[in-house]
Design a protein around this ligand. Structure first.
Ligand SMILES: C[S@@+](CC[C@H](N)C(=O)[O-])C[C@H]1O[C@@H](n2cnc3c(N)ncnc32)[C@H](O)[C@@H]1O
Length: 254
C-alpha cells in the first residue's frame, strides 16, 4: 500500500478510533480505551522520573526543572499524550502521523482544561518535519504493525534522526506470542492490514540504523482496569507473553 493509501486507511477510522475496543473480546478485558493506554502511560512515568508531576496537584513545575520534549510518532487521535497529561506528566508534547484525519481528531479530543494541546504535524510517509535531534523522548505506540515490512527501516532511521544523543525511544507493540492478541487483532477492523512483529525485530531494526542500549519489558498480563492486579503485571515484565511489549532504546551519546 502506498503512503497515500495508508493515510486514507487511517483517515477512515479517525472519528471512531477507540483503540480496537470495537472488538467484543477486548471489551471483556477493559471497559474504556483509556484503561489500555494508561498501562503504557504509567510504565513511561515509572521509567522516566523527569516526566513525573512535581509536588502539588497536576503538572506543577519545580523551580529549575525543565520540561522534556516528547514526540509521539504515529500519535493517531493523541490518546497516549492525553492520558499521560491527565496523569500529570510534564512534557512539551508533539504528535505526528501520516493521517491528517487522525491529527484533526487528536486536536478535538484534547480537553480544554488539560494544559496546552500538543503541537501536531503531518508526516510525509516515514518522514516527520522536525530537526535532527529535536526530542528527548520519542514514543511509537501500536504503529509499526501498520507499517509495511519493507518501509519499517525508514521508520527506524527517522526515529533515530529525531532523537537527541542520549535520548530515549519507547516502541510499544502488540505481542504476537500472546494467542489472545492474535485472536483479537485478526477480528478488529482497524487491524485488517496489520502485520505483527516481535520485540527482536524492533531491536534489530533499530540497531541497523543507530547505536542504542536496548531492553524490553512485557506488559498487560492482567485486565488493565483492575488496579489491585497491577503488581502482578510488574512482577511478570520479564516474561515474553504479555499482551503488549515495549522496546526501550537509549540512543548513544556519540
Ligand atoms: C492503531 S493507531 C495507533 C495510534 C496511537 N499511536 C495510539 O497508540 O493510540 C496506528 C496509527 O499509526 C499511523 N500510521 C500508520 N502508518 C504509519 C506510518 N508509516 N508512519 C506513521 N504513522 C503511521 C496511523 O495513521 C494511525 O494513526
Amino acid at each position: 500500500m502506498t503512503p497515500d493509501g495508508k493515510q486514507a486507511e487511517f483517515d477512515r477510522h479517525a472519528a471512531t478510533y477507540d483503540g480496537g475496543l470495537d472488538n467484543p473480546v477486548k471489551r471483556l478485558l477493559g471497559s474504556s480505551p483509556d484503561q489500555f493506554i494508561a498501562v503504557k502511560a504509567r510504565w513511561l512515568l515509572r521509567r522516566e522520573p523527569a516526566l513525573r508531576p512535581g509536588p502539588g496537584p497536576g503538572p506543577v513545575a519545580e523551580p529549575g526543572r525543565g520540561k522534556l520534549a516528547l514526540l509521539d510518532y504515529g500519535c493517531g487521535a493523541g490518546d497516549l499524550m492525553r492520558v499521560l497529561a491527565a496523569l500529570g506528566a510534564r512534557a512539551d508534547f508533539t504528535g505526528c502521523d501520516v493521517s491528517t484525519g487522525m491529527l484533526a481528531e487528536a486536536g478535538r479530543r484534547w480537553p480544554a482544561g488539560l494544559g496546552p494541546a500538543p503541537a501536531f504535524a503531518a508526516q510525509d510517509g516515514a518522514l516527520a518535519p522536525f530537526a535532527d535531534g529535536q526530542f528527548d523522548i520519542v514514543t511509537i505506540s501500536a504503529v509499526l504493525h501498520h507499517v509495511p515490512v519493507a518501509e519499517r527501516p525508514s521508520v527506524y532511521r527517522e526515529l533515530g534522526r529525531l532523537l537527541k544523543p542520549g535520548g530515549r525511544l519507547y516502541a510499544f507493540e502488540h505481542n504476537p506470542r500472546n494467542p489472545l492478541v492474535r485472536y483479537v487483532v485478526a477480528r478488529t477492523p482497524i487491524d485488517e492490514n496489520a502485520i505483527l512483529l516481535d520485540a527482536r525485530e524492533i531491536r534489530h531494526g533499530l540497531l541497523d540504523t543507530a547505536r542504542y542500549e536496548l531492553d524490553t519489558d512485557y506488559l498487560m498480563f492482567m485486565p488493565p482496569g483492575i488496579a489491585p492486579l497491577r503488581p502482578i503485571d510488574r512482577a511478570l515484565a520479564w516474561l515474553p507473553l504479555g499482551a503488549q511489549y515495549v522496546v526501550a532504546a537509549r540512543k548513544g551519546a556519540q
